[in-house]
Each structure stands twice: as structure tokens, then as C-alpha cells.
Design a protein around this ligand. Structure first.
Ligand SMILES: C[S@@+](CC[C@H](N)C(=O)[O-])C[C@H]1O[C@@H](n2cnc3c(N)ncnc32)[C@H](O)[C@@H]1O
Length: 380
């Protein structure tokens, strides 16, 4: 599937497109053909060797991970994964660098919809400033020049390529899943003011906006270059969204300002101290009777066998996602209860192509998470 172009996108030229296509095929080949061999390696070599040495099976994720890491197939797979990831960002970064002056100009000339509010002196939290998240060069917060939009331009194409187009041409499937869940689970809610936390370039925000056309939609993120791009992209798509550069840990909105607070894949990019702080901030910002719905990386470790935990948790050690294992093993429902959400719950929601006619409630835990999203919800 090709990504839907819009006026703000850094469209690849012929050679860049050819390189991107190779990398997508390479990643797809790893995923479909090479990745399953890890299970064979575990069953044929890793577990027999472990049993021989210890007289039992591994009992924890750490034990199985360390045993797997000694296996040459698993090592080779990890190298391919890492190289493909770096090549993906390298290719997109070059294409964006070539077009950056034009993109900055486009952002200034597009007829603005909604608004953009940047902070004077926002200090990036260490969990974003110290690493390149998922190997993305400069991560979410980098600014390289005046009026910069580079981080957003890289992320827009990178997120689509990273997921091999699985989230649709506009990369907005998370918005559809969340809309299906909200329409199916809280049909009585008619949110007038919605906040999306950790919006990046607004893939989820604009997806969700399609289903709440009468709501005033706000979206926050840390990165100024990300938000300039997000605002220009939303304007290009005709979506009046109000973007602001703020930390979800502490915002400047008044108490009880929002009817609905959402996020998609925010928490795994934060930290053990930030996650509870964000939920407390949600409690402060939510009006009585309102709803939170936070969507996170696919599956809880508590619902997964050890092998799948190790394979997913690879991100933690080798793909610049240091909080991944922690977020998948943290009891987020307990965190939400501690933050004051009495009716906190979590569960899996199956994708829906048509949220209005095919709404969703929580489904049974899936054995494989790709077709499902995990959502933490609570009301005040
Ligand atoms: C994986 S991206 C989210 C993508 C987006 N929500 C979507 O689904 O299209 C995570 C985002 O969270 C942002 N983020 C992380 N910590 C944050 C914080 N404390 N406050 C606001 N944004 C934060 C990052 O800058 C990044 O843009």
C-alpha cells in the first residue's frame, strides 16, 4: 500500500522511492520469513540447552531472553532487524533533508486550520532527550533550524513504513479503533472537547476527528518541529485541530476542561515516574462524567506466553524503546485507579474499518496482537 500524500509531505523522488521500497520489502521479508525461525531456534536448541543446564524450563522473561541471546539465529535476526530499522530512517531522513526548506515554506503558506501554540522554554524530559526513540534520528524533540518541521516530516513517512502500511493509507487506523471503541462502549458520551496526548504528527488525532466532527479537538506533544508539521498537516487535510507544545505530565489547561482524553502509543515512550504523573494529570483535566481512553502497544505481557514477551521485548534492548518491557508488564489499571479513576479497566479491541456501523466493546485477549489494540479506560 502507498501512503496517502498531502501538501505537507516530503514526497520521495524516484530513487528515494526505490530505496524505500527495497527497505519495506526487506522489513516485510524479515517479519514474514525470518522472524518465525526464532521459535524453531528456541524449541530445537535454546530450550534443550537450558533444560540440560538447569533441569527445568525458563521461568521468567529475563531467563528466556538471555538464553535466546546466545543463539546465533536469534543474533542474526536481531542484526537484520536493527540494520533494516536504521536503513529505513537513513533513507527517509535524506529525502526530508533535501526538501526541508520547501517544507518549511509550505507550512507557512498553507491556510491554517485550528491553531498552534508553542512553548517558550519547555525542557524535554530525559526519556525523550537521551535516546533516539526506535532509532529515529533526533527522536521527537530535535530542532535543527528556525521554523523547523524536520522531526514531523521524518515521523510521518517513518511511522507508515515502520508498520508496513498496515494502518492504512493515511496511517490513521488507531483513530478508527479508538472511535469504534468509544462509539461502542460509551454511546451516551457526546464529547464536546477532546484532548489527544502525545499526538506526534496527528495520525491518530485526524483519524479520530473524522468521527467527532462537532467536537473541539486539542492535541499536545513535546516536540516543536513535530507540532509545526502536525498543524500544517492537519490544515492540509482540512482538520481544525488545536495543537500545543506541552508535557502530558503537567499542562496549562484548567481543571475539568475536557470531556474525553485519549492517547495512542504515548506511555511506552515515557517512564516509570511519568506514566503515573500523566494519569494524575488526566484526572485533573477530565470533567466529571468524562472518559479517558489510552491505547498502547499491542498486548499485555500478563496475557502472553514467554516467547512472545521476549520477541516483543527485543525493542527494549535493541530498538531504543527503554520503557517497552516496563509498560507491557506494569499494571496500568492499578496506576489509573491510584490516579483516582474508580472505574478503570483495560482490554483488547479489534480493529474496525467502519466505527459507526461496526462499533466495538472489549474482546477476549487475542493470542496474537496485530489485529487488536489494547486500551486503558476510566471514567470520572
Ligand atoms: C509513538 S508516538 C505517538 C503517535 C501518535 N499518538 C499516533 O498514534 O499517531 C509518542 C509521542 O508521545 C510524545 N510524548 C512522549 N512523552 C510526552 C509527554 N510527556 N508529553 C507530551 N508528549 C509526549 C512523543 O513526543 C511522541 O510524539
Amino acid at each position: 500500500m502507498r501512503q496517502m500524500a498531502h501538501a505537507m509531505m516530503a514526497v520521495p523522488d524516484h530513487d528515494e522511492w526505490a530505496r524505500d521500497s527495497f527497505i519495506t520489502s526487506f522489513k516485510s521479508h524479515i517479519s514474514v520469513t525470518v522472524t518465525p525461525g526464532n521459535k524453531v531456534a528456541m524449541e530445537r536448541r535454546v530450550l534443550p540447552a537450558f533444560r540440560k543446564e538447569k533441569g527445568r524450563d525458563p521461568t521468567s522473561r529475563a531467563e528466556l531472553r538471555k538464553a535466546m541471546e546466545k543463539d546465533t539465529y536469534h543474533q542474526a535476526w536481531g542484526s537484520l532487524m536493527r540494520v533494516a530499522q536504521e536503513q529505513m530512517w537513513d533513507s527517509i531522513e535524506g529525502s526530508v533533508a533535501r526538501q526541508l526548506p520547501g517544507l518549511i515554506q509550505t507550512a507557512k503558506t498553507l491556510k491554517p486550520k485550528g491553531s498552534l501554540r508553542l512553548a517558550e522554554n519547555l525542557v524535554l524530559p530525559r526519556y525523550l532527550s537521551e535516546i533516539d526513540n526506535h532509532c529515529m534520528p533526533g527522536s521527537y524533540g530535535a530542532e535543527v533550524c528556525k521554523d523547523d518541521v524536520r522531526a514531523g516530516a521524518i515521523y510521518d513517512r517513518g511511522a507508515f513504513a515502520y508498520h508496513l502500511g498496515a494502518r492504512g493509507a493515511a496511517h490513521d487506523a488507531n483513530g478508527r479503533v479508538l472511535a469504534a471503541f468509544l462509539l461502542g462502549t460509551y454511546p451516551q458520551q457526546k464529547p464536546r472537547r477532546i484532548l489527544d496526548m502525545g499526538c506526534s504528527v496527528g495520525h491518530m488525532t485526524t483519524g479520530l476527528a473524522n468521527y467527532f466532527p462537532d467536537a473541539e479537538i486539542h492535541a499536545i506533544d513535546i516536540g516543536a518541529a513535530m507540532l509545526r508539521y502536525a498543524h500544517a498537516r492537519a490544515s492540509a487535510l482540512g482538520k481544525p485541530i488545536h495543537f500545543a507544545q506541552q508535557s502530558a505530565e503537567k499542562t496549562d489547561y484548567p481543571d475539568g476542561h475536557f470531556d474525553l482524553i485519549v492517547s495512542s502509543n504515548l506511555f511506552h515512550e515515557t517512564s516509570r515516574t511519568a506514566a503515573p504523573a500523566i494519569l494524575k494529570e488526566c484526572r485533573r483535566l477530565l470533567r466529571k462524567g468524562g472518559v479517558i481512553a489510552h491505547m498502547e502497544v499491542p498486548v499485555r505481557y500478563a496475557d502472553m506466553e514467554l516467547y512472545n514477551q521476549v520477541m516483543r521485548g527485543w525493542q527494549t534492548y535493541y530498538n531504543g524503546e527503554p520503557f517497552w518491557d516496563a509498560v507491557c508488564s506494569t499494571d496500568m489499571v492499578a496506576l489509573a485507579r491510584d490516579a483516582g479513576f474508580a472505574e478503570a479497566r483495560s482490554g483488547y479491541v479489534k480493529r474496525s474499518a467502519d466505527p459507526v456501523n461496526d462499533p466495538r466493546t472489549f474482546a477476549a485477549a487475542p493470542s496474537e496482537g496485530n489485529d487488536y489494540r489494547w486500551i486503558l479506560t476510566g471514567t470520572r
